[in-house]
Each structure stands twice: as C-alpha cells, then as structure tokens.
Ligand binder design. Structure first.
Ligand SMILES: NC(=O)c1ccc[n+]([C@@H]2O[C@H](COP(=O)([O-])OP(=O)(O)OC[C@H]3O[C@@H](n4cnc5c(N)ncnc54)[C@H](OP(=O)(O)O)[C@@H]3O)[C@@H](O)[C@H]2O)c1
Length: 315
C-alpha cells in the first residue's frame, strides 16, 4: 500500500497529536484529526492544511470520554472512508489535582477517556481495520506505569464503573497511572486477539514531551509548578510524533505487535521476579523494563472483561 494511508489521530489539536497530524499530512496520508472541540481545533487543521500542502486533512468531532460520541464518530467515519490503516490513541485525560468526575457513561473519567474509550473505538473500527493491508494501532502510554514496580500497586478494578462510594484519597494522578497501565495491558491482549486479522497493536512509553501552556492550565497550581519544571527538560512534542510516525509507517515495525516500545525505539521487556537491589534500580531508572503486573495474563483478562462489560451497558 505504501503511501496514502488513512490515519485517525485522537487529540490531534495539540502537543504530540498535533505534531503527528502534521507529519502524516506532510507524508501525503489522509489524516483524520479526532478532536473534542471543533472550534478550537479548526485553526490547527487550517495550519496543517496550509503548511503540509496536503488537502486530505479532516477534522471530526470526538469526545473520548463519551461512548455516544465515540459511536457517532465511528459511524460517520465508516460511512465516509472504506478502510482504516492507522489508529493512534493519543488523547488522554490527565488533569492532575482535579476532583473526582464521572463520564456520561458512569465511569471514572480518567479511565473512561484513557482506557475504555480507546477499547470501544477500536472495537467499532475493527471491520475497517481488517480491510487494510497493514493495519496498525498505537497506544500512547507513559513512564508513569513504572509505579507498578511497587508490588503493592494494583488497579482498583472494582471502583472504575459506577459511582465510587468513597472518593476520599481519590487522585487523578493515581487514576492516570492506573489507566495507562491498563492501556498497556490492553495492548498485549488486543495484539493477541487481532493477530489472526494481522492487525498490529503496540504502545509507546513516553517519558516526557513539552506541554503547551493550555495543557499546563489543565492541572492544579501545585502540579503546574512540577510540570513547568519538567518542561524545562522534556524534548519537544515533535520527537514523540516522529516515533509515532516511524512505528506506524516503517517496514521495521511491519511485523511487530504486542510490544511496549521506549523513546529510543527499543522493545521493552518484562521486569524480573525477585530482582536484586541492583536490578531494582535498573528497572526504575532504565527504560528497558515494564512491571510484571502489566504482563500478568489475569490482569489483562480482567481489564478486557471490564471493557466488554462497560460497553455492553452502553449498547
Ligand atoms: N507530555 C508528556 O510529558 C507526556 C508524558 C507521558 C505520556 N504522555 C501522553 O502523550 C499523549 C499526548 O499528550 P500531550 O503531551 O501531547 O498533551 P496535550 O497537548 O494536552 O494533548 C492531549 C490531547 O488529548 C485531548 N483530549 C483530552 N481529553 C479528550 C477527550 N475526552 N476527547 C478527545 N480529546 C481529548 C486534548 O484535547 P483538548 O485540547 O480539547 O483538551 C489534547 O488534544 C497523551 O496520551 C499523554 O498521556 C505525555
């Protein structure tokens, strides 16, 4: 197929998603910017159209935190396009410090946006992905998943769907951490599920990318100070967008599936059981390992069945 792929990028109006939309447009592909706020995203679409000189840059409305919106987006997409080659789940909710919120589907909002939403959207687009000669799905994960090297860390599977009875101690940061771990688990599970259909599913572990002023405004004041300091050391969003592009278009990744990739484009491996103190340090400081917890089949099965349960309620 080579050139002329059809690509959906969620949250393509800012940061890494915007930089990726620009790269795919420059590469001559058809880009669907899937964004929740059309008014805010239209000038970004215009800029990409002009600078890339590619007129196949579309903007479509999508709120990843709402099953109804995902349903509507996918229905419209399937009516307009005959297949889907690349699906990049880039959008995420990480309003650290914010209060507990439920999605319209009664799911904790961080999980609704970062885990259940991508699952539902992929399921709805599956038939279109099957029509591609080289379908690839990319999940944007985070080095925050490293928290799961702490064996006491668990995903609160029972508190995600429905209103939490007790929200004392609730933290979006913690939910973000759990939701990204769950997304990595889904990556492994989906890769297996979709192997027969030759649909490749991988995740990128992002250690950091410069955040825009607007993104910094989404977190509360204390978090903003931390994020501003981190921003001094973070690479530009374009660096991660390059990796998105490479993972989704290069021959190098054509037969790779079910992997978590680091920002040096290396395949990460599962951390060891009972690590020595030296190995513990290596696991935490090098980006070569992911926690055993996300590799455990029972956890992957649990998040998979929760996703099925969540969307069944909607349907
Ligand atoms: N930057 C980092 O240091 C870093 C580190 C680790 C992982 N990551 C991951 O990288 C990805 C991109 O982040 P970024 O740094 O580029 O941040 P960003 O500029 O804030 O981009 C996030 C995008 O997600 C969109 N979004 C949020 N909620 C949405 C929803 N319900 N429906 C549709 N779109 C929604 C935002 O749209 P609005 O503009 O409308 O809010 C925005 O376009 C995320 O998955 C993030 O978790 C980033």
């Amino acid at each position: 197929m080579g050139k002329g792929k059809i690509v959906i990028i969620t949250g393509a109006n800012s940061g890494i998603g915007k930089a990726a939309a620009f790269l795919f447009a420059k590469g001559g592909h058809t880009v669907i910017m899937a964004c929740r706020n059309l008014e805010k995203s239209r000038p970004v679409q215009q800029q990409i159209l002009e600078e890339s000189k590619n007129d196949k840059v579309e903007l479509m409305e999508l709120d990843m935190g709402s099953f109804a919106s995902i349903w509507k987006f996918c229905s419209e997409f399937k009516e307009r396009f005959e297949r889907l080659d690349i699906l990049i789940h880039n959008a995420a909710y990480f309003n650290h410090g914010s209060k507990y919120r439920l999605s319209p589907d009664n799911i904790e909002l961080t999980f609704a946006t970062n885990t259940f939403g991508p699952f539902f959207m992929t399921e709805l687009l599956l038939e279109h992905l099957k029509k591609s000669e080289d379908a690839r799905i990319l999940h944007a994960s985070s080095n925050i998943v490293k928290h799961f090297f702490d064996s006491k860390r668990k995903i609160d599977f029972d508190r995600l769907i429905g209103e939490m009875k007790d929200t004392r101690g609730f933290s979006v940061y913690d939910m973000y951490c759990q939701s990204k771990a769950a997304l990595v688990m889904l990556t492994f599970k989906m890769a297996e599920e979709y192997k027969e259909q030759s649909i490749k599913v991988n995740a990128l572990q992002i250690n950091g990318a410069k955040m825009s002023k607007e993104t910094l405004q989404k977190v509360t004041a204390g978090w903003r100070i931390i994020a501003r300091i981190q921003n001094l050391f973070f690479p530009p969003a374009e660096k991660m967008a390059d990796i998105y592009y490479n993972m989704c278009t290069s021959e190098e990744y054509q037969n790779i599936t079910g992997k978590l990739i680091n920002d040096k484009k290396e395949i990460m491996t599962r951390g060891v059981d009972n690590p020595s103190p030296l190995m513990q340090v290596k696991q935490l400081t090098r980006n070569s390992f992911y926690p055993k917890y996300v590799a455990q089949k029972e956890n992957q099965e649990k998040i998979w069945s929760l996703c099925l349960e969540a969307v069944r309620t909607f349907r």
